[in-house]
Ligand binder design. Structure first.
Ligand code: G3P
Length: 191
């Protein structure tokens, strides 16, 4: 039981590091929480800080998600527990301990964790996001639709993890409620 507790705590703390905030601070760019959509994620850093900072943010958030599951995998955790570590890392990103629980939306963190947990499912998510973004040029629309479809992909490829993955997707969707409102009223940012 202590083993599970420490792994989940590590995953949560790893997820808590905000790549967007750290990258922008290091590069002397505006705080993404104070500009653009106000979201500390790669999409908003692309808007407010440019391509290089966005790539670093994306790499950091993918990396911390991957690391959280890799740590569980290398410690001999069961697949179930690895799934809960994915959720814990995303919770860290969404509700970071170090930034008064105000974090991002969890898309890159989820993908990074999924790449280690089950890479075929991660590639399907990536393809789904990429196609929808390519068609719409709206990052949030691609993220929302991918989060809606992921439980279905999971049922087909990884049914044993349906709970941890579906809860993660639900949190992602709740985090995109402001985007959903903007999409409906036609005010969402494009690229
Ligand atoms: O990954 C976050 C994206 O789906 C939306 O970000 O900054 O457009 O609210 P943003």
């Amino acid at each position: 039981c202590m083993f599970e507790f420490w792994l989940l705590l590590c995953a949560y703390l790893l997820g808590s590091f905000s790549s967007a905030v750290l990258v922008c601070r290091a590069m002397g760019l505006p705080d993404p929480r104070q500009s653009g959509s106000g979201n500390p994620g790669a999409t908003n850093v692309l808007r407010t800080g440019g391509r290089e900072a966005a790539i670093l943010t994306l790499a950091g958030d993918l990396g911390k998600g991957s690391l959280a599951v890799l740590l569980a995998l290398l410690s001999g955790a069961s697949l179930q527990l690895q799934g809960w570590c994915l959720l814990a890392a995303v919770c860290g990103h969404l509700f970071p301990f170090f930034s008064s629980l105000r974090g991002g939306k969890g898309v890159a963190t989820t993908l990074g964790a999924m790449l280690v947990l089950h890479w075929p499912l991660a590639l399907i998510q990536l393809a789904c996001w990429g196609i929808l973004f390519g068609l719409s040029r709206i990052s949030s629309l691609a993220s929302i639709a991918t989060a809606l479809l992921t439980p279905l992909f999971c049922l087909l490829l990884l049914p044993e993890l349906i709970w941890s993955i579906s809860i993660t997707c639900l949190l992602l969707l709740l985090r995109h409620s402001s985007n959903l409102r903007k999409l409906i009223s036609g005010r969402e940012h494009r690229f």
